[in-house]
Design a protein around this ligand. Sequence first.
Ligand SMILES: [Zn+2]
Length: 166
Amino acid sequence: MDVHCDNCDAILDVTDDLFGKEIDCPGCGSRFVAVPMPDAPPAPPPAPAPVKPISRRILRSVVRVLLGIVLGLAIAVGTLYVLAEATSHKAKLEHSAEARVILGHDAAAADVETLDALLRLADETRLSSKEIERARTLRAELAVHHPAVALRFSIGPHSISYQRIY
Ligand SMILES: [Zn+2]
């Protein structure tokens, strides 16, 4: 094993039985205690991380960000769709409610647009057959008073269709 002479920096190969004992340096003649040198030189500073893992880490971050964006968009679209559906449904219900109020009053209060829309949405707004009949009668009366926009209604078991007559 090697020992180091602190005086002249010589490195001496000595047998193990001399460790801990005083020896004479053959280079400079100084006396010192033989202490084994660490057999490995100090470890070099760690090499910089290879490029590949770094780019993979960046790729992973990018994928994560993209996934986040896609997820965010999906949630936004879903929310908009639900809101649009709710708005549409609400509009139908409001229209129906308005129509029911009108149907509860006299014919003069019912306007052509509302009655047409009401009859068009008769299924979706779940009008009773009595309400449909009432709307049809009112619409026919309006047609008499406003013959230019008269409509001919065809009422089937599940739908109401109409045709403009000029
Ligand atoms: Zn020496």
